[in-house]
Design a protein around this ligand. Sequence first.
Ligand SMILES: Cc1cc2nc3c(=O)[nH]c(=O)nc-3n(C[C@H](O)[C@H](O)[C@H](O)COP(=O)(O)O)c2cc1C
Length: 303
Amino acid sequence: MTDTVPSPAEPVPSVADLVARRYAFAEPDPAHTAALAAARERSGATGPGTIEAMLGHRSCRRFTGEPVDDALLDVLLAAAFSAPSKSDLQQCSVIVVDDPERRQAIADLIPTMPWIQECGRFLLFCADSGRIRRVAQQAGTPFANDHLDAVLNAAADAAIHLASFIWAAESLGLGTCPISVVRNHIEAVATAVELPEQVFPLAGMCVGWPERLLPFSPRLPPTVTVHRDRYQPDQVAETEAVASYSRRRTAAGRPVPPDQQLDVDRWGVADPYGWAEEKARMVARRERDQLARFLADQGFGLG
Ligand SMILES: Cc1cc2nc3c(=O)[nH]c(=O)nc-3n(C[C@H](O)[C@H](O)[C@H](O)COP(=O)(O)O)c2cc1C
């Protein structure tokens, strides 16, 4: 699994290969390739396909520094805003942070992620419940659902638009990296770009020409993430599937040296240090305590 930028000369893997790689399965299932070919034949769709691009997704944290010009960004944003939107309320706003001082202010808050400053363009994907409230106000109608659902609806719109932006950018060979760590500094970030009431940043977005892509990151197997007809709470099977996934990832990747393991002071050095160990340590870190207060201050009813 290489972390270099793919060259057009490389052979195109089959869909079965791509699905297997996504789950770190050793055996591709030829039925996956056949199913996609049959669906394409039925619909008349021709490749190269979105499915292959999505299966090949990798985030990017090393950019060449080349600019992403305005016209290209316009197209990517139009693609992102083509995403579905809950009830057509269109509760996503994007801030393109070009002003060097404002971008520096955000980058300075997160010195561990220099890619915020190094990427071609930096954006903030915001959940925006304020615009539709102003629309209602101007029409003389109340905003009747000022409770947690308003936060979820706007956040869902922002998340779907963010994902759509990623697929659009990656379809052109651009690299992307969302930055949810902006929410660790949500007040300062909101101040840096002057967010009004009822708007909050869901995530930042680095976009640019990739110098190097991140190593490929397999996902949990569908036995864990996909349920048939009802949620199947088989704890034993889940524990074994997660452990086995973690082992496959460890085997496929590079060993994590002690100085790259999380919070060794607290949890010690683990060997092997796999996905489960790392994610368990990650969620043991307390962060973003200020979020509910910030949202309340922004004028959201959280009841
Ligand atoms: C909502 C969201 C927020 C993220 N926030 C960050 C972040 O703050 N910093 C970062 O470097 N990567 C961030 N990422 C990238 C993830 O770390 C990455 O998607 C994950 O490790 C899986 O790797 P892959 O995207 O290469 O498959 C974020 C991804 C998502 C979807």
